[in-house]
Design a protein around this ligand. Sequence first.
Ligand SMILES: *Cc1c(COP(=O)(O)O)cnc(C)c1O
Length: 351
Amino acid sequence: MGFENNLRKIAPYVPGEQPKNMNKVIKLNTNENPYPAAPGAEEIACNLKDKDMRLYPPTDAGKLSKAIAGYYGIDHKNIFVGVGSDDVLATAFLTCFNSEKPILFPDVTYSFYDVWAALYKIPYKTVPLDDNFKIIKEDYLQENGGIVIANPNAPTSIAMPLEDVEFIVKNNPDVVVIIDEAYVDFGGESAIPLLKKYENLMVVQTFSKSRSMAGMRIGYAFASDKIIQAMNDVKFSINSYTMNYPAVEMGVAAIEDEEYYKATIAKIVKTRKKAVEELTKLGFKVLDSSTNFLFISHKGVKAKDIFADLRSRGIFVRHWDKPRIDNYLRVTIGTDAQMKKLYEALKEILG
Ligand SMILES: *Cc1c(COP(=O)(O)O)cnc(C)c1O
């Protein structure tokens, strides 16, 4: 068929499985937060009125962007809000990466980066992590058309020190450097303080992980006036009403409840610490995590086999059949009760 030649062909990003029988399974495969969103956010969801659905939402999600910018002490003209950080990152790729030179990102990282590059026909080059899955900052001094780095990185869980981030941003003044901080609240160091010094830096964050709101789709970017203006121009050339009204209101409620947010993070960090001990006892190598997940590899049993056995028991973790990481599993930190079931299952599988 002739028309088929005109269709855009792209191998899409593959998200972690969302199983059907949610009640029966333990879901440790997509880094969702096991705890509910802030009580204030839930209350808004329960009290939605006719007009909240009938009218168009504000185009700039102004109430939400002001609340987030205010929380981080950023000027309102330096924030861009989008439908999850995936939307923000996709817009950022389209806006900021328009060079003939390849953009750079690590060989082992968030598997959406190469999909966006392919979709927007952006040339790219992957930069190998070292043998311990760490980013080598000097490798980002080569010629490039832009840089994107997840910090802490996923799925490795490893954080890069802020000095290394600064080294990369400072030595690449002619391109935009995007730091994807989806997991920073669980123990990384945010690059937000560097925004004052570097006009070529963009910091991207999300409510999906640390604020338990993956289903509401709230993400945002901080950057210099010029970058944010260009991002808005691109966004308003596609769809101006991206944020729905409930997401705006619920996001504001979530950001206002600092105490609840801190308590949730503290619970997850505590469970993570215990999980490192338990999994190490079971013979796993556990990478040093600054996130809400662990990246683990077993000395004796193949990751692929452990993955399949856990899945048959209704415990979902993540495995990639990709070079360098095919013997690793990524395990989201769940509640203490969920993790206990995981350790028990692993004892049986490995025993
Ligand atoms: C989860 C994740 C995102 C996207 O999250 P959203 O739900 O779209 O906000 C972005 N980057 C990384 C590295 C992630 O793990």
